[in-house]
Design a protein around this ligand. Structure first.
Ligand code: SAH
Length: 411
């Protein structure tokens, strides 16, 4: 990858970049001199010639260049190794990597654009749920941009050198790859990777479906929020809506919830909740249903059911600006219904992982839902994502997860 492209921005387009944002959009570019190969090195200059940084080119994407450095340096193997060491040094401060699973690379927030790496520590499991191999560590990669794609071999080498995993699995299935002109790419890149492993989190044992689970197999970003919500669970009846493999509900059950109803539209996910409940001896407390949460929330209301704690953790309803209005309606509908299901003094733990639906919009939506429901809320906790998904200045997209915990003060 030696051919480089020099990118000159239009006048006054550099301020956001100087403040730390790593993306150059196509409509900000005045001129591009050089080859337009997918993933090529790009040097970016302001209109008057000031050097802004080094990046990689995504020729077909609106996000035309992703900066990896503010100096004139290529993203080569040595660069990957250095940035990975920096990312790992930070993870070692927030996680015990010998026993805890963690996101070790969080894309642009770690200076490695378009690259996500989750490292799972656990034990391989057979189809029967029994251990089927030695404990170890496995890395699941998502390669989401052209620059990272062109450097995949070096990335795999760097991960092997730094962490010595038993295997590396690529699961680059996210639709955003299409915007980069890349097709889905799934497969083992190093060593061998069991389909299913058992990990520990918040004192519980969870099956992680590395091969078939959603995204990288487990939502590591909710770890602290699961524990935070569970603190309100003792003695309460809990509804865990959009539960996936059951993280929130099982944490609540372990913390002493009277009962838990876990709901997800995915049959595979609810099967995993059942298995995870059994693994932790919580099957008597946890009821599992495969259903559309929108319908189920309505039905539960009709049946007059009440809960002491409701968790809402839907998928991102807004993946771009155009989807914001529809997303606002969706978030409001489920939050309004959840509020109506809560008993007096009940607690709502409500999440949104959509960056586009930002904190201000999320709070405004909650205010709206509270007003419409006739409930008055006391806001208890305003939370974000787990610390192994770092938030960095200049790149607001890194602060994507919202988890608000609030209780009902009236009635
Ligand atoms: N709370 C989970 C993560 C949830 S991810 C955890 O702690 O790990 C969002 C989940 O919502 C996915 O599992 C997806 O299958 C589910 N989902 C998407 N649309 C849904 C719908 N309409 N009704 C119920 N579940 C839905």
């Amino acid at each position: 990858m030696d051919a480089k492209v020099d990118i000159r921005l239009k006048p006054r387009e550099e301020d956001r970049i100087l403040a730390g944002h790593p993306w150059i959009y196509d409509n900000e570019i005045a001129r591009a001199d050089g080859p337009a190969a997918s993933g090529a090195e790009a040097r970016v200059f302001a209109a008057r010639g000031r050097f802004l940084g080094s990046g990689t080119l995504s020729p077909g994407s609106k996000i035309r260049v992703r900066l990896h450095s503010r100096s004139d340096e290529d993203w080569d193997g040595a660069f990957t190794r250095r940035l990975l060491e920096t990312a790992l040094a930070f993870r070692r401060r927030v996680r015990d990597l010998s026993s805890e699973s963690a996101r070790i690379v969080f894309g642009e927030a770690d200076g490695l654009p378009g690259l996500v790496a989750d490292r799972f520590v656990g034990t391989p499991l057979g189809p029967d749920g029994e251990p089927a191999g030695e404990p170890g560590s496995w890395i699941v990669l998502q390669v989401l941009a052209a620059g990272a794609e062109a450097r995949k071999a070096g990335i795999v080498e760097a991960l092997r050198g730094a962490l010595g995993p038993d295997g590396i699995l690529e699961r680059s299935e996210a639709p955003v790859r299409r915007l980069e002109g890349l097709s889905p790419s799934v497969g083992v890149l190093a060593g061998s990777v069991p389909d299913r492993i058992d990990i520990r989190e918040n004192g519980l044992s969870f099956v992680v479906d590395l091969a078939g689970g959603q995204k990288t197999g487990w939502f590591l970003d909710q770890r602290e929020n699961r524990a935070a919500a569970a603190a309100y669970a003792p003695g309460r009846t809990v509804l865990d809506a959009f539960c996936n493999a059951g993280g929130f509900g099982l944490c609540a059950a372990r913390a002493g919830a009277a009962s838990v109803l876990s709901v997800d539209s995915s049959e595979a996910a609810v099967a995993q909740v059942r298995e995870n409940a059994r693994r932790n001896g919580l099957e008597n407390k946890v009821e599992v249903r495969a259903a559309n949460a929108f319908d189920l929330l309505r039905d539960l209301e009709k049946e007059g059911r009440r809960f002491g704690l409701v968790v809402l953790d839907p998928p991102a309803f807004a993946k771009n600006r155009a989807a914001l209005e529809g997303a606002a309606r969706g978030y409001k509908e489920i939050n309004l219904r959840a509020l109506r299901l809560l008993e007096p003094g009940g607690v709502l733990a409500t999440c949104s992982c959509s960056w586009w639906f930002d904190r201000e919009r999320f709070r405004a939506m909650l205010e709206d839902a509270a007003a419409d429901s006739g409930r008055r809320l006391r806001y208890l906790e305003d939370r974000g994502q787990a610390p192994d998904h770092p938030v960095v200045s200049g790149y607001p997209e890194s602060w994507y997860l919202k988890c608000v915990i609030a209780e009902i003060v009236n009635r």
